[in-house]
Ligand binder design. Structure first.
Ligand code: ADP
Ligand code: MG
Length: 651
């Protein structure tokens, strides 16, 4: 029997049937697969032939998975920008089309991550979650989908919030020479968004890796990474990557904006971006224009910044605020790229190396800075206070130059300069320490009302610290009204004034006592008046003239706090006086001072000019000292000159 043979036959038959069925049911589909070849390679660029169907900005894939963007599409040749390491590519290698454009992963999972523009993780937290990918180049929202900027974006940097306010949805350029604090301003703004429901994207373009690491470390340390995405193209990478980075970062930010969130994006910095694009364009043989930049350099930045806006309610009401950074060379803000960006954005914050060297940090040059739309977004209460300061500060900036020549200045000029110096001193703020809005209002109100005018310049910083500490403890209902109310009510204003007066009292030097007394004299003596309690900043100074009346004055002072004292009118006599008076005023304001009163002090100054100087200092600390001075007071009534003297000491 051939059992084994028949079994084998059956098995074979079975197998062949299966194969036949499989073969018959197979219907091959044809998919076109365009493959070209590399004809040449240069820095960051490859020219490819044989891809007739490739589209503009389509991604193509090289051996090893390297991607490139079809950037110059000619009939016979395609110029491709390479997005990565191209060392292993050779002429003759195969290139295939992918049929898609450059895109990047978007989503909530990106918060807290550091990625490259293609969405690959640069931190050690593993693959980036999220399955939604958005193209890096997207059209900007249409005009009808936009709304006016109406909500402030608090930077926490006093000089900016007060003088150059930024609104949500605005584009505000930060420019300045290298090492002038540009990155610091942007990072502080990100830090200040903590708890304010604003998400942030920090986009580093060709920065030193160590600088980026420092920024990430600072964000982490201050707890800002939880609401921040960092997108990085390192300096040593292909220029193509640097070129797409800000677009990719914008898409990531837009995702959140379209979800109705408020987003802040920082481009640090677009100078490097422009250079990367110039490099690519030159290699692609596009005709160079001014400064060798290609003709469409303006367009690449404007189409990116146009994507920042405030969406209408129908579109979710989200906003994207952009802080592009530009590095100038030798303070030349009228160079090609800076002027382009200035004209694209809604204002600029200029950081001056001169101020930086003087230690005025952040080195914001208020004269060359402007915010074209942010003012409308400022909170009303805040605006009512900051408005005066802007004027006072710009007057000061104008006059300061004259003062440098040692010109003899009249009283009112002197006063403007003294006041301006104090405004500037109040705006000095260390890095990474954003100031809350209630605290800012406390400081700005004290400034605009003249409370700081009585504080010696050297102690202004201490005064700001005291005042901020006190303002932070402001009654919560008042603090809440500051950000909602249409205008600062008189009652709230008084609460803040009291807090400020109290906080500054200890710093107002010599003050109080008798000078106050003089007040009476004030009237008489033209020049001086002791400032009384009114906060009014402008108060005139008057150095008190005659001491004798001391007793009265005190009372008066008590009532009226303010007094600028500085400027006495002219009289030559005693320089000191001016100084003293100033203190008085301060005390007056503060309750404490009043009590102390070493009365005579002020007057004293007036009288004895020479001696006065030294005493001043002492008095500052202890009122008693003043007492000595007092004696003299009787004598000298109107020391006009003193003003100058006084100033000097203060500083
Ligand atoms: N407000 C500030 N107070 C103190 N130091 C500051 C302040 N702002 C910046 N700096 C310091 O100035 C240097 C330059 O700042 P950076 O932001 O890196 O400048 P840029 O980005 O313009 O090159 C840094 O060392 C930084 O710590
Ligand atoms: Mg920087």
């Amino acid at each position: 029997m051939s059992t084994p043979a028949s079994v084998l036959d059956a098995a074979l038959e079975h197998a062949f049937t299966g194969l036949r069925e499989g073969r018959e049911s197979f219907a091959p589909k044809l998919t076109p697969h365009e493959v070209g070849t590399i004809t040449s390679i240069s820095t960051g660029i490859a020219t490819v032939s044989g891809l007739p169907g490739v589209g503009f900005e389509e991604l193509v894939r090289f051996p090893g998975g390297l991607l490139g963007i079809a950037f110059n599409v000619d009939e016979k040749e395609v110029g491709v920008v390479l997005l990565g390491d191209y060392e292993d590519l050779r002429a003759g290698d195969e290139v295939e089309r992918t049929g898609r454009v450059t895109d990047v992963v978007v989503g909530e999972g990106l918060l807290g991550r550091v990625i490259d523009p293609l969405g690959r993780p640069l931190d050690d937290k593993g693959p980036v979650p999220g399955n939604e990918r958005w193209p890096v180049e997207r059209p900007a929202p249409a005009i009808m989908d936009r709304e006016a900027v109406s909500v402030p974006l608090q930077t926490g940097i006093m000089v900016i919030d007060a003088l150059i306010p930024v609104g949500r949805g605005q584009r505000e350029l930060i420019l300045g020479d290298r090492q002038s604090g540009k990155t610091a301003v942007a990072i502080d703004t990100i830090l200040n968004q903590r708890g304010k429901n604003v998400l942030c994207v920090y986009c580093a373009i060709c920065q030193r890796a160590s600088a980026v690491a420092k920024v990430v470390a600072r964000l982490q340390e201050k707890g800002a990474m939880e609401y921040t995405v960092v997108v990085v193209a390192e300096g040593n990478e292909a220029p193509g990557l640097a070129y797409i980075t800000p677009y990719a970062a914008t898409s990531i930010a837009e995702y959140f904006m379209e979800k109705g969130r408020d987003v802040l994006i920082v481009y640090d910095d677009l100078t490097h971006h422009a250079r990367a694009y110039r490099e690519l364009s030159l290699l692609l043989r596009r005709p160079p224009g001014r400064e060798a930049f290609p003709g469409d350099i303006f367009y690449i930045h404007s189409r990116m910044l146009e994507r920042s806006t405030h969406l209408s309610k129908e579109r979710g009401g989200g906003s994207l605020t952009a802080l592009p950074i530009i590095e100038t060379e030798a303070q030349d803000i009228s160079a090609y790229i800076p002027t382009n960006l200035i004209s694209i954005t809604d204002g600029q914050i200029y950081l001056s190396p001169t101020l930086f060297e003087l230690g005025v940090l952040p080195a914001v040059d208020a004269g060359k800075s402007v915010s074209r739309v942010g003012g409308a977004a400022q909170r009303k209460a805040y605006r009512s206070i900051a408005g005066d300061l802007k004027l006072a500060y710009s007057q000061f900036a104008e006059l300061e130059t004259f003062a440098k020549f040692g010109t003899r200045l009249d009283d009112s000029t002197r006063r403007i300069i003294d006041h301006g110096q104090r405004i500037r001193a109040c705006f000095i703020q260390p890095e990474s320490q954003p100031v809350a809005m209630a605290e800012q209002i406390g400081v700005l109100l004290a400034l605009s009302v003249g409370l700081f005018d009585k504080v010696p310049l050297k102690k202004v910083a201490e005064g700001v610290r005291n005042l901020r500490g006190a303002a932070a403890k402001m009654p919560p209902d008042v603090a809440a009204r500051l950000s909602t109310a249409d205008k600062l009510s008189d009652a709230d204003r008084k609460v803040i004034m009291d807090i400020a007066t109290l906080a500054l009292a200890p710093l107002q030097p010599p003050p109080p006592p008798k000078p106050a007394a003089e007040p009476a004299p004030e009237k008489k003596p033209a020049g001086s008046s002791a400032p009384a309690t009114k906060p009014a900043p402008a108060a005139e100074p008057g150095p008190a003239p005659k001491p004798a009346s001391a007793a009265l004055p005190q009372k008066e002072l008590a009532t009226k706090p303010v007094v600028t004292g500085k400027p006495a009118d002219p009289p030559a006599p005693a320089p000191k006086p001016a100084a003293e008076p100033a203190p008085e005023k301060k005390p007056a304001g503060g309750s404490a001072p009043t009590t102390k009163p070493a009365p005579a002090a002020e007057p004293g100054s007036a009288p004895t000019p020479a001696s006065a100087a030294p005493p001043q200092k002492e008095p500052a600390m202890k009122p008693e000292a003043t007492g000595k001075a007092a004696d003299p007071p009787a004598s000298a009534p109107q020391p006009a000159p003193p003003a100058k003297g006084a100033d000097k000491p203060a500083p």
